[in-house]
Design a protein around this ligand. Sequence first.
Ligand code: B1M
Length: 215
Amino acid sequence: MTDQLYQDLKRAIIEMDPAAAQTTARKILDEGAEPIAIINKGIRPGLDAMGERYTSGEAFLPELMLAAQAAEAAVAVIEPELLRLGAQRPSQARVLLATVKGDIHDIGKNIVALLLKSAGFEVIDVGVDKDGAIILKKAEEGRADIIGLSAVLTTTMPRMKELIDILVESGNRERYKVIIGGAPVTQAFADQIGADGYGPDAARAVELVRKLMSR
Ligand code: B1M
């Protein structure tokens, strides 16, 4: 039954139907599914399918935007459940999150933020299209322990290295752990730029933050 519902959720995103995406996500949640399964089995496959349609010329930018809105409607259903879990846990550390300069994709970053909050971490979300200087300023103001960067475009991945350079040049490299993620990012890239870790998905980003904070 639930597998069919995941297919329905994927289809609602491909069909750019926020109402159907919301109703289906609610049904899946009511069946007792974990919020993370709704992301991994419904929302992400729906957006990946839209990405493939965009690449093959079957869909264009307006369709991508509408599919993103349908995905966001489904995320909104699981958000209260995740935040409720987080409210029961004492704050363990502060994580600043940003999508790097030149990149306005934020669905993945927002999911990482939600899962971190649900795990009891404090999140300072500074939004999208942020350069290294602003990110460092916000990290200082918010007294962040970890800086988490998201990049979904291959062309904006170099901005992650720029932040690390800024931290080194300003004498702040030891002050902050830096973690990175986003669809084109890899562990090899994280190693290459000297990041402290890479999260392939939101759940593993939370594990990574836990590991870094326990050291
Ligand atoms: Co864009 N887009 N887009 N887009 N878009 C992609 C990324 C693309 C792969 C589509 C394609 O061609 N197949 C392609 C990039 C190609 C490339 O870089 N080589 C692309 C392009 C080209 C563009 C534009 C340039 C199109 C144009 O204008 N001609 C433009 C760029 C705008 C800009 O940023 N400057 C653009 C615009 C948009 C929309 C605005 C329409 C919309 C974004 C809306 C929004 O984010 N609010 C959009 C969308 C929706 C997509 C796709 C379809 C979906 C992205 C997404 O949300 N995925 C995408 C195709 C695809 O990904 N298959 C595509 C779901 C999300 C949950 O996954 O972000 O990977 P993801 O996050 C995951 C993990 O990666 C990880 O956890 C998340 C959850 O598990 N993670 C982290 C993410 N951040 C992390 C940080 C961490 C740790 C883990 O630590 C800090």
